[in-house]
Ligand binder design. Sequence first.
Ligand code: FES
Length: 126
Amino acid sequence: MAEEKRRRGLRAGLRRAAGRLSGRRPAIPEGPFALEFEGHAPIPVPGGTTILAGAAAAGVDLDHYCGGMASCGTCKVSVVTGVENLMDADGREQMVLGSQSAASGLRLACQARVVGPVTIRIPRWF
Ligand code: FES
């Protein structure tokens, strides 16, 4: 199960990379897709919606001190399911997350865009 999930994620990444190499931006699926925050009912969101925007639409409280500029890191979330259904982290997100956080499955809610069903856990840091 985990291996298949990893393979699907790799295939999706390869398709996106192929699109970048060909000079085309990968098309963002329209959706709507189910975005769920643990403890809350899933909501439908259009493809390309950031997790942060989805949290606001769902009425879920999520810190975002820099206003979504990918500079503070306070919007870090953990992806429970559907990691393959998020667009790849760009260089700015990777820099703010750091390699350790990225490797442990954290994403910046203000940067990660939904392209399929996803379940999110909001870490409690304090
Ligand atoms: S809101 Fe500051 S990094 Fe996402």
